[in-house]
Design a protein around this ligand. Structure first.
Ligand SMILES: *Cc1c(COP(=O)(O)O)cnc(C)c1O
Length: 476
């Protein structure tokens, strides 16, 4: 493809995306295809001869689009958001256009230095401690995901802890990526200890953590890493980081703070409480601009208070990568801050986002989502057919329908049936979790496209579908 051909097709692609975003609401939110349908509509064998790019675009409309779940749809309320935005997409396109592989400073100095500036900017926007800044002993780095970041944090923690039988501490609400990290690093799932949570708030119990660590020390284990979560995946519960941090400090254990979804809310001063204790105690901290902060996947930022143990754990220097800049010690080689060697120029999209929106635009986005979530929560609270979880600070509202006279199992089945029917309708998409013994519905408001009318329409649809399920249950 020549540059002139690229220009012509590129314009069509940008137009395609703009049209898609302008009309995304016309699609059913969740893909309505059955397993294998997309695959069956595609040729089983690759073409022998090159095809025009228009043929790709035609198949995009014909085959791919029907198999897409529309994460940017204003009525997408499932899981957590995976925001995309114009500036992020354009930044990503520029990254593709440059085609840089930024494994070393020397393989593209700007790729490294722009990333350093952008992660320092984000630390400032979130009011994270200055020791996380690259000009001090710590530093931030863009990872593919919070899961990848957990592996890096655990490797650093193990490096600092030294040899021995390592133990990792999580709660039942901690993201599954921590157990995966324990498996991947060879520490093993059997060395992951599950700390109790408060049955009401679902926050980790620091006294139980203290007891488990003390017990492990007595048995000769090496307590290596504690993961505290700010905004759990299930219900956005917040672990008591200040108290957990004290326990970690008393025993010399690495504190990793997982704020993958909720951490970005700290762009707003009124949300800074969520990071209480981080400045004093966190050894590593991760948050995902690729969830709620308008930066399309993948963009997860991991900061460390001291980068040395991470670099010791991950640096490896084969002859073919030796270069004067690396030897000088004056540059950062981000390949030593992650598991893979190669890396994309992801800083471009985060840079574009921060520059386009500015701090005030980012704050406005978070606040708008919070207000819309409050609007939804008020609707639920006012309706005796539903129970609301009053904890919904971060745009996620958990609630469950009441099924009078139903057993626990019947009640959970009816809630699940209600959710499936709503999602099958294509009008909205929500997901579920299990909390405090019940199946609970999760309604996450995070899209810049969502307006009050989408919240109200979703609520009307939920209430109407509840009545329909209820009537059918009575008939059975
Ligand atoms: C989403 C989430 C993760 C995993 O994030 P990825 O970036 O998709 O790996 C980890 N922890 C929490 C609390 C999350 O909400």
């Amino acid at each position: 493809m020549t540059p002139e051909q690229f220009r012509a097709h590129g314009r069509k692609v940008v137009d395609w995306i703009a049209d898609y975003l302008a009309s995304v609401e016309e699609h059913p939110v969740r893909a309505q295809v059955s397993p294998g349908e997309v695959r069956a509509a595609l040729p089983a064998h690759p073409p022998e001869h090159g095809e025009p790019f228009d043929a790709v675009l035609a198949d995009l409309d014909r085959v791919v689009l029907p198999g897409i779940t529309h994460w940017q749809h204003p009525s997408f309320f499932a899981y957590f958001p995976a925001n995309a935005s114009g500036p992020a997409m354009l930044g990503d396109l520029l990254s593709s256009g440059l085609g840089v592989q930024g494994m070393l400073w020397a393989t593209s100095p700007a790729c490294t230095e722009l990333e350093t500036v952008v992660v320092d900017w984000l630390a400032e926007l979130l009011d994270l401690p200055s020791r996380f800044r690259t000009d001090e002993r710590g530093g931030g780095v863009i990872q593919d995901s919070a899961s990848g970041a957990a592996v890096v944090a655990l490797l650093a923690a193990r490096q600092r802890a030294g040899e021995g039988r390592h133990r990792v501490y999580v709660s039942s609400q901690t993201h599954s990526s921590l157990e995966k990290a324990a498996r991947v690093t060879g520490i093993g799932a059997e060395n992951v200890r599950v700390v109790d949570v408060d049955p009401g708030s679902l926050a980790m119990d620091p006294e139980h953590l203290d007891r488990l660590i003390t017990e492990d020390l007595a048995w000769g284990f090496v307590p290596t890493l504690v993961c505290a979560t700010i905004g759990t995946t299930s219900t956005t519960a917040v672990d008591p980081v200040p108290r957990i941090g004290e326990v970690c400090r008393d025993h010399g254990v690495w504190l990793h703070v997982d704020a993958a979804y909720a951490g970005v809310a700290a762009v707003c001063p009124e949300f800074r409480w969520c990071n209480d204790g981080v400045a004093e105690y966190a050894d590593s901290y991760v948050t995902d601009p690729h969830k709620w902060l308008l930066t399309n996947f993948d963009c997860s930022v991991l900061w460390l208070g001291d980068r040395a143990p991470m670099v010791e754990a991950l640096s490896i220097l084969p002859e073919y990568l030796r270069n004067a800049a690396s030897s000088s010690g004056e540059v950062i080689d981000y390949r030593d801050w992650q598991v893979p060697l190669g890396r994309r120029f992801r800083a471009l999209k985060l840079w574009s986002v921060i520059r386009w929106y500015g701090a005030e635009g980012l704050r406005a986005h978070i606040r708008r989502c919070g207000d819309l979530a409050d609007r939804f929560a008020d609707l639920v609270a006012a309706d005796p057919r539903f129970d609301l979880d009053p904890h919904h600070p971060f745009g996620l509202v958990c609630f469950r329908p009441r099924w009078p006279g139903a057993s626990q199992a019947e009640s959970d089945a009816a809630t699940t049936e209600l959710m499936e029917r709503l999602n099958d309708s294509g009008e909205l998409y929500l997901s579920h979790t299990r909390a405090r013994g019940h199946v609970v519905l999760r309604f996450a408001v995070g899209s810049p496209a969502t307006e009050a009318r989408h919240i109200d329409a979703a609520w009307q649809r939920i209430a109407a579908e509840y009545d329909a399920v209820m009537a059918e249950r009575k008939d059975r």
